[in-house]
Design a protein. Structure first.
Length: 424
């Protein structure tokens, strides 16, 4: 090929690419808006590292006047992570959530996404199948998860930086193998030690027993800690105390004794004990750590048989077993989920009909309605509308929650403090 023909072919190829990518209509170039089709329902394929434009939408709550920020607004199932686990990257610059926006029709596949707290742009940070039991680092901008029986650490910070510079590598390039769990064990649930030196998980032994295991990052060693004669659920590590974790007797409803605390001392001795000895008329649910020494939980009040006791939000001191009552909502059924600021001074509690309250932990009479309308049809937990599962940000300024206000499930933010129009 002559030099002239070569340059001519390159020029023609350039023109072809320009024609394929440019969007010029009646003399006006719309190329800069070529990505808007990725918003709302146009989700696209499962592509690691792809970025979606901001979907955030703000509105004034009709009752409280507070500005609510809907971080997602697409007609997909967008959900924050469970309130027992961290929601923000350690640097506070991204919120991590899951969504089925790239799943094929009829598929249950979900991926994890990072949404910028500055621009609200959304980046896909996982791909493929089995993106579950996902746990963010307490102090590092990473995530931990199992790929089959391999425990890995994912460098989320590196992924996001490479996306910014259009230099995304393969998913494996951001993964660090921490340990391989024996094939006879099937990991379920995932907790990360406060020092980020070990992972904890449960596994089924037989139809009647389950066990909790610890896998050390440094040695890769997996050790069985305790065996119990029930299904283990909602395993969560104390974010402030190494070697301490809480889990529940999971039944899908009420259980004989919901909350359990497991701790390992400096000599490796394992202690396993129940928390808050339940009465037959108690229904305990949605326990979560409240600082390093307390656990926050609910005594449910949605059934007549439960109302013989004082129901509502309680905390129990892990060192003294002291029980503290933090109030009960007058809405039918009472409070449902709970979360607290890191200093334990403020609590966020919600109700079955989608109201979200701020509660003074030392004075339940000081209760403020933050926002409402997030479960428009519900007066009980047994519906398909969103479970708020609220989490308070590490700086104590924001409440992150699920909502059915706009679509079946979106993620929203509301300030914890401010001037609200009413109190209850």
């Amino acid at each position: 090929m002559t030099t002239t023909k070569y340059f001519l072919s390159v020029f023609l190829l350039f023109l072809l690419l320009q024609t394929a990518t440019a969007q010029v209509v009646e003399g006006k170039d719309y190329t800069s808006l070529s990505e808007v089709d990725h918003t709302f329902d146009m989700a696209g394929d499962d592509i690691f590292g792809q970025r979606f434009p901001s979907e955030n939408f703000t509105y004034k709550d009709k009752i409280t006047g507070v500005t609510v920020n809907a971080l997602t607004t697409s007609r997909h199932s967008n959900s924050k992570m469970y309130q027992t686990h961290p929601q923000w990257l350690a640097n506070g610059e991204y919120i991590i959530f899951s969504s089925n926006r790239t799943a094929k029709e009829g598929s249950w596949d979900r991926q994890y996404y990072a949404i910028s707290t500055k621009t609200f742009e959304i980046t896909q940070i996982t791909t493929g199948k089995g993106a579950r039991d996902f746990h963010l680092g307490w102090h590092k901008n990473v995530a931990y998860r199992f790929k089959n029986n391999t425990l890995i650490e994912i460098d989320i910070e590196a992924i996001l930086k490479d996306v910014d510079h259009n230099k995304v590598k393969t998913p494996e390039a951001y993964e660090k193998v921490l340990a391989k769990v024996p094939s006879t064990i099937k990991p379920s649930g995932l907790g990360i030690d406060a020092n980020e030196t070990a992972a904890y998980f449960s596994s089924k032994i037989n139809d009647e027993e389950q066990a909790i295991y610890k896998t050390e990052f440094k040695t890769g060693k997996t050790t069985k800690l305790v065996t119990v004669p029930f299904r283990i659920g909602h395993l969560q590590n104390n974010p402030y105390v190494s070697g301490e974790l809480m889990y529940c007797w999971e039944t899908g409803g009420d259980s004989p004794q919901r909350m359990w605390l497991l701790s390992i001392d400096e000599n490796g001795t394992v202690t396993n004990r129940s928390l808050y000895e339940e009465r037959a008329t108690d229904w305990v649910t949605h326990e979560v750590f409240m600082g390093k020494d307390k656990v926050l939980f609910h005594l449910m009040g949605h059934l007549d048989r439960l109302k013989v006791n004082q129901t509502g939000i309680y905390s129990i001191d892990l060192r003294t077993s002291k029980l503290t009552f933090h109030g009960q909502s007058h809405v039918d059924g009472g409070y449902w989920h709970c979360n607290a600021t890191p200093d334990g001074k403020w609590i966020a509690g919600d109700t079955f009909d989608g109201k979200l309250f701020r509660i003074n932990a030392e004075n339940p009479d000081d209760t403020v309605l933050l926002t409402q309308g997030h479960r428009l049809l519900s007066v009980s937990p047994f519906s398909k509308e969103a479970h708020l599962h609220q989490s308070i940000s590490p700086d104590g300024k924001w409440v992150l929650f699920n909502s059915s206000y706009l679509t079946s499930n979106d993620i929203m933010l509301v300030p914890l403090m401010g001037n609200f129009k009413n109190t209850k």
